[in-house]
Design a protein around this ligand. Structure first.
Ligand code: SF4
Length: 333
C-alpha cells in the first residue's frame, strides 16, 4: 500500500478547500470502498480527507412531506430510522439486504451512492480496464462476465452498479444536494449516475470540487406496499446477481401507482418506466406482473456467461411485485 497524507476536516469549506489545493486527494467517510481500493493499488490518493466531523447526520421531514437525509447518516441508522421503516420500507429492506452489519455500521448514505464497481478486472491492476485506465480495453467483455450487466452496457464497459440502496432510491425518486465552490446545486438522482458509453471512467455528475451533502426522498406513496427481492449466490454478504425493488399502491384489486427498479443487472441503478406504465390501472395479478417484467427486460443483452440473469431478473421482478401487492392489500408496508 502506498503512503498518503491525512487531513481531518472540521468544516465543509475546509474539506473543499483542501480538495481544491490537492486534486489527487480523496474524501473518506466510512471508508468501505476507498480503503479496499487503496490496498489493491487501484486508487492512489496523495491525501485522504476525513469528513466524518462534518454536521451531515440529520434525517428530517420537510414541510412538503419529503425526507432529507444527511450525507453522513450511516446505512444502519437510515435502515432503522422510524421515518424510513414507516414510510419508505423499500429503502430499509434494500439497505439491510446489502453487505454485513459491520459494513453497514460504517458505510454512509453518500458513500453508498459513490461506491465503485465490484468488477474483478477493475480491482486487478494487471487487467485491462477502461474504467480504471481509460483506453486500455475491457477484459470483462470477453472474459469471465457472469456477474456483469445485461442492461446499459457498452463495448467499452459492462460493469454493474453494485448498490442495493440505490435501487430503492431509483424507485422512490430522490434529489441530491451537491455543495461546491459556487454554493449548492441539486440534481435528480436518476440523472446522477452515467451510462458507461465510450467513457466509463466518468461515472457520475459530481465535480471534483463538490461533495454530496444530502439526499432528499420524494414524498411517500400512499397506501403503499413495497418489496425488495435480491437473488445472489449466497444468502448474506454477497452482491446481487439480480434484484428488484417494487412499490405499489392499490385500489381494491387494481394497481394505482407503480414503481419498479432493478439492481445487479445494469450499469446504473435501473428505473423501469415502461414496466410501470403496463402495471398502472391493471389488476394486481401474476399475468400483469409477467408482462411488466418482460417490458423491463426487453432491451437486455446477455454476454457470454450471463444469459441466466435475464430469467433470474424476471423472477425477481415478479416476486417483488407479488410481495408488494400482498403488503399493500394487508395494509402494511
Ligand atoms: Fe473495467 Fe468496466 Fe471492463 Fe470491468 S467491465 S473491466 S470495470 S471496463
Amino acid at each position: 500500500m502506498r503512503t498518503f497524507a491525512f487531513t481531518r476536516a472540521s468544516s465543509l469549506e475546509q474539506a473543499l478547500t483542501t480538495r481544491r489545493a490537492e486534486p489527487a486527494s480523496a474524501f473518506v467517510a466510512g471508508g468501505t470502498t476507498l480503503l479496499d481500493l487503496v490496498k489493491l493499488d487501484v486508487m492512489r490518493p496523495a491525501r485522504v480527507i476525513d469528513i466524518n466531523a462534518l454536521p451531515l447526520t440529520l434525517v428530517e421531514r420537510l414541510a412538503d412531506d419529503r425526507l432529507r437525509i444527511g450525507a453522513l447518516v450511516t446505512n444502519t441508522a437510515l435502515a432503522h430510522h422510524p421515518e424510513v421503516t414507516a414510510n419508505y420500507p423499500l429503502l430499509s429492506q434494500a439497505i439491510l439486504a446489502g453487505a454485513s452489519t459491520q459494513v453497514r455500521n460504517m458505510a454512509t448514505t453518500a458513500g453508498n451512492i459513490m461506491q465503485r464497481t465490484r468488477c474483478p478486472y477493475f480491482r486487478d491492476v494487471a487487467a485491462a480496464c477502461n474504467k480504471r485506465e481509460p483506453g486500455s480495453g475491457c477484459d470483462a467483455r470477453h472474459g469471465i462476465n457472469r456477474m456483469h450487466a445485461v442492461l446499459g452496457g457498452s463495448d467499452d464497459c459492462v460493469a454493474v452498479h453494485p448498490s442495493d440502496m440505490c435501487v430503492a432510491l431509483a424507485a422512490i425518486g430522490a434529489t441530491l444536494t451537491l455543495h461546491g465552490p459556487r454554493g449548492e446545486r441539486e440534481i435528480d438522482f436518476a440523472d446522477f449516475h452515467r451510462l458507461p458509453g465510450t467513457s466509463p471512467h466518468l461515472e457520475h455528475e459530481l465535480a471534483d470540487d463538490e461533495l454530496i451533502v444530502a439526499v432528499t426522498l420524494d414524498p411517500p406513496l400512499e397506501p403503499l406496499g413495497a418489496a425488495y427481492i435480491k437473488l445472489r449466490d449466497r444468502a448474506s454478504y454477497e452482491f446481487a446477481l439480480a434484484s428488484a425493488g417494487a412499490m405499489l399502491s392499490l385500489d381494491e384489486e387494481m394497481i394505482g401507482e407503480a414503481r419498479l427498479a432493478l439492481g445487479g443487472v445494469a450499469t446504473k441503478p435501473w428505473r423501469c418506466h415502461e414496466a410501470e406504465a403496463i402495471l398502472e390501472g391493471q389488476p394486481a395479478d401474476r399475468a400483469v406482473f409477467g408482462q411488466a417484467a418482460d417490458a423491463a427486460l426487453a432491451d437486455a443483452e446477455p454476454l457470454s456467461h450471463n444469459a441466466f440473469k435475464i430469467p433470474l431478473a424476471r423472477q425477481a421482478i415478479v416476486r417483488a411485485l407479488r410481495d408488494a401487492a400482498r403488503a399493500a392489500k394487508e395494509g402494511h408496508p
